[in-house]
Design a protein around this ligand. Structure first.
Ligand code: PMP
Length: 447
């Protein structure tokens, strides 16, 4: 029983039995979860923390309706997709309602698997081999997706950028190749221009690849780059890139593993945020889909899906099992019943307002970026040079945990961006408490 065994014992045994490279939050003083409920986590002493980290437990830790749906199906059958079940098709139909223009679902178990399958679909359909990804992207931990993740290149492992992967500059108007002045970061005209400039950079990448005899099967991106620093594509970017990629015979793959299921408020998917009529060729999803139960999917069109695999087809032992589908179905039901898109949108407006105020009072905040319940606070040493302040991010994370019982993490290529991505049941008081805690802590630190 975890409750009556000490954290020291868990850490000691972990060290002996688990790979030392397995990542862990709060490395110097890891957090042990004794219990979890909605937007709260409890440590080994039963102390309660507000959780701003767990985007996977999307509708709330241990949400009773999701737990009930999983338990009921677990006691009924766990058989794989080679047996017919209504749960599979119920789930597929529910997903497709949110993605007009797409009509076919293939189930997997993780975001990495979904992206790997998306690449295979694109290759089989286009008969091309290569992929374009944007700089700092992360698309998963299996070998192909690691090779498509510049976020993981050049860290001293055997991993190198292979010749079939091309990297386009990240569409970042704050720290990317084409930047806007501080006062223009929200200027619609300047942003539109940036959309064009960054899309043209993708066109250059395609043309250069073709000059070298390479052919693009797919362009992969998130519609709000998450691990890579909480970057929203400027308006028009996705549609322009889609035009360029498709005109060269490639497909548009949108990775919604972090950003889907209403995380961004108002819309189910991040790619629907600014461009209603933009329809990707393939969408991948995972993380929040099962509220913690492993399930993921690739959604596309019949014409693309039917070309997969020649005569070997697709089979995945656990992908689309009825327990996973029950979990996903109940998550989508809870989103509807609890009006979570609307809620996420409203909480996003509160964050926007309150984080803007926070930024006015603290020079160490260079930029705030986000939407819905997905925010990044970009910490800098200097607002003009925008030099990232990784050390401050780390100090804040530790202080918030210790002094305010708030769990927060940092991300981005410089690990200087505080990430706020709590379960969607996070409420207006939680928004206020989090921003107030940041404000008071920064004041105490004279920042
Ligand atoms: N794509 C994105 C954007 C992700 O953030 C992640 C996980 N952080 C993945 C894919 C991989 O998902 P998983 O860890 O479930 O394999």
């Amino acid at each position: 029983n975890d409750e009556i065994r000490s954290k020291d014992e868990a850490l000691y045994r972990r060290k002996k039995t688990i790979g030392s490279t397995c990542q862990i939050f709060y490395e110097k003083d890891p957090f042990m979860v004794s219990q979890a409920s909605m937007q709260y986590l409890y440590d080994e002493n039963g102390k309660k923390y507000l959780d701003c980290i767990s985007n996977v437990q999307h509708v709330g830790h241990c949400h009773p309706k999701v737990v009930a749906a999983i338990s009921k199906q677990l006691a009924t059958s766990t058989c794989n997709v080679r047996f017919v079940s209504h749960k599979l098709t119920d789930c597929a139909e529910e997903i497709l309602k949110t993605l007009p223009g797409l009509d076919t679902v293939l189930f997997c178990n993780s975001g990495s698997e979904a992206n790997d399958l998306a690449l295979r679909l694109a290759r089989d359909y286009t008969q091309h081999k290569d992929a374009i990804v944007v700089d700092h992207a992360y698309h998963g931990h299996v070998t192909t997706t690691m090779e498509m993740s510049p976020y993981k290149f050049d860290h001293g492992s055997s991993l190198r950028q292979p010749e079939w992967v091309h990297v386009a500059p990240i569409f970042d108007v704050y720290r990317g190749k084409y930047r806007l002045a501080n006062e223009d970061l929200n200027n619609p005209e300047k942003l539109e221009k940036a959309g064009q400039v960054y899309a043209d950079m993708v066109k250059d990448v395609i043309e250069k690849a073709e000059q070298n005899g390479r052919k693009i099967a797919a362009f992969f991106t998130e519609a709000l780059q998450s691990c890579g620093g909480q970057i929203l594509p400027p308006p028009g970017y996705l549609k322009l890139v889609a035009e360029y990629v498709r005109s060269h015979g490639g497909l548009m793959v949108i990775d919604e593993v972090q950003t889907g299921f209403g995380r961004v408020g108002s819309k189910y998917w991040a790619h629907q945020l600014s461009e209603d009529d933009f329809i990707p060729d393939i969408v991948t999803m995972g993380k929040p889909m099962g509220n913690g139960f492993p399930v993921s999917a690739v959604v596309t069109t019949k014409k693309i899906a039917d070309r997969l695999g020649g005569s070997v087809g697709y089979f995945n032992t656990y992908g689309g099992n009825p327990v996973a589908c029950s979990a996903a179905l109940s998550v989508m039901n809870v989103i509807k019943e609890e009006n979570l898109l609307d809620h996420s949108q409203k909480m996003g407006e509160l964050f926007h307002e309150q984080l803007n105020e926070l930024k006015k009072n603290h020079d160490c905040i260079g930029d705030i970026r986000g939407v819905g319940l997905f925010w990044g606070i970009d910490l800098v040493k200097d607002r003009e040079t925008r030099e990232p302040d990784q050390e401050l991010a780390l100090q804040l994370i530790l202080k918030l945990r210790k002094e305010r019982s708030i769990l927060l993490n940092a991300d981005g290529p410089h690990t200087n961006i505080l990430k706020i991505k709590p379960p969607l049941c996070f409420n207006a008081d939680d928004v206020k408490n989090t921003v107030t805690a940041l404000d008071e802590t920064l004041k105490e630190m004279n920042k």
